[in-house]
Design a protein around this ligand. Structure first.
Ligand code: GLY
Length: 352
C-alpha cells in the first residue's frame, strides 16, 4: 500500500513500515528504545512486533493499564518516572504500541519528557489506525473531560499493520468503524458501501482511504482553526455521552465508537432540522448505526448531565456549543448553534 505523506512524517504500511522504522533507528542512532504498551498489546501485539525490530540498542518495555479510565496525568506521571528511572535521555525513542489511549498518552509523554523526545506510533486498533495515531493530537483526559490536556506533536513515523487487528474483539473493531462512517458522511460517501460489505478483505482499503482523508484535512488545518473541526462530526454530543457513561456508576462504559455513533445519529437529525440534510439520508445514518451497534438507552434523567458536559467541549467559543452539521453527505457546515429543545429532540430521535 502506498505510503501517505503527512506534514513532517510518513504513514507507512506493513513491510514497508518495518523497513522504514529500522532505517530510522540506524539514521537517528537512538541511545535506547522504550516501547509503551498496555496489558493487551503487551500480550497480543508485542510478540508479533519485537522480532521485526532490528536493533542492538537497549530496549525497555513500559506497561500501563488498558482503558480510557487510565488516560490521565497520574498514568503519565508513572511513565515519566519509569523513563527517568530507566535513564531515558534526550536521544531515546518512545514507540507507542497499542490503541488510542497508548498513542495519545504516549505521544504526550514523549513530547514533554525532557522537553521532547522522538516517538513512533504503531496503532494496533482500528480506531487508532484511522484516527488517533495520525494528525499530531496528543494528550490525556482531566477527570471526565476528554483530551483536556495535551499538545500537537508529530511522530517520526506512523506504522500501520492490519495484522494487529486480528487481536481485537468484535466490539473494539466496531468502535473503529464509527470513525470510518464519519469520513464517509462528511467526505467520501463511497466509504459507506465499503463499510456495509466490511470484511477482512476490504479493511486495508478502508484504513488507507480513511487516513488519506484525515491527512488531507490536517495538512490544510493542523491546529483545528477551521476545516479540521469537521473531524468532530458526531463527537460533540458523542464525547459528552461517552464521558457521562464513563462517570456514571450505574451505566456500562461505551466504547468511543459506540458513543460517537449515537452522536452521529443525533447530529444527522439536527442537520435535517437546521440545515438541508434530507430525512431519507438521516434514516440511512440511523439504520446503519442501529444495525451495527447495540442500542443504548438514554433516559430523560440523563439529558441534563449530558448537556452540562457539553459546556466543557473544547470546540466551544464564547460559551456557545459548536456543532458540525451536514447540508448533505459530503457537504458540511462548521460552528452551528443548537437550542436545548432540539438537542432533546435529537436524543429522542436516537432512542426511537
Ligand atoms: N480526532 C479528531 C482529530 O484528530 O482532529
Amino acid at each position: 500500500m502506498k505510503s501517505i505523506k503527512a506534514a513532517t512524517y510518513y504513514v507507512h504500511f506493513k513491510h514497508k513500515g518495518y523497513k522504514e522504522l529500522n532505517s530510522l533507528l540506524i539514521k537517528k542512532d537512538y541511545s535506547s528504545i522504550f516501547i509503551l504498551v498496555d496489558d493487551n498489546s503487551l500480550e497480543l501485539c508485542y510478540p508479533v512486533f519485537i522480532p521485526l525490530l532490528e536493533t542492538d540498542k537497549r530496549i525497555e518495555i513500559i506497561e500501563i493499564e488498558s482503558g480510557e479510565i487510565n488516560k490521565n496525568l497520574d498514568t503519565c506521571g508513572g511513565v515519566w518516572n519509569a523513563l527517568t528511572e530507566l535513564s531515558a535521555d534526550r536521544n531515546s525513542l518512545l514507540i507507542t504500541l497499542g490503541g488510542g489511549v497508548i498513542t495519545d498518552l504516549g505521544g504526550f509523554v514523549a513530547s514533554t519528557y525532557k522537553r521532547g523526545i522522538d516517538f513512533v506510533n504503531i496503532p494496533t486498533t482500528l480506531l487508532s489506525m484511522v484516527d488517533a495515531s495520525v494528525g499530531g493530537k496528543t494528550g490525556v483526559d482531566l477527570g471526565v473531560l476528554k483530551n483536556q490536556i495535551g499538545l500537537f506533536a508529530n511522530p517520526q513515523i506512523v506504522l500501520i499493520d492490519g495484522n494487529y487487528l486480528a487481536t481485537l474483539n468484535e466490539r473494539e473493531s466496531r468502535s473503529g468503524i464509527a470513525e470510518i462512517i464519519k469520513y464517509g458522511l462528511t467526505y467520501d460517501v463511497k466509504l459507506l458501501d465499503l463499510i456495509k460489505n466490511f470484511n477482512s478483505l476490504n479493511i486495508n482499503e478502508l484504513i488507507h482511504r480513511s487516513i488519506e482523508i484525515k491527512n488531507e484535512i490536517v495538512l490544510q488545518d493542523p491546529k483545528e482553526n477551521g476545516l479540521r473541526k469537521v473531524l468532530n462530526f458526531g463527537h460533540t454530543l458523542g464525547h459528552a455521552i461517552e464521558s457521562y457513561f464513563l462517570e456514571s456508576k450505574n451505566k456500562k462504559n461505551l466504547t468511543h465508537g459506540e458513543a460517537i455513533a449515537i452522536g452521529m445519529v443525533c447530529e444527522s437529525y439536527l442537520s435535517h432540522k437546521v440545515l438541508q440534510l434530507s430525512k431519507e439520508k438521516v434514516m440511512i445514518v440511523k439504520n446503519m448505526i442501529d444495525v451495527m451497534y447495540e442500542k443504548v438507552v438514554i433516559d430523560v434523567s440523563d439529558y441534563d448531565p449530558i448537556f452540562d458536559l457539553l459546556k466543557h467541549d473544547k470546540k466551544n467559543s464564547n460559551g456557545q456549543v459548536n456543532f458540525v452539521l451536514l447540508n448533505d453527505f459530503e457537504d458540511f457546515k462548521l460552528d452551528c448553534k443548537i437550542s436545548n429543545e432540539l438537542l432533546i429532540e435529537s436524543i429522542e430521535f436516537y432512542n426511537s
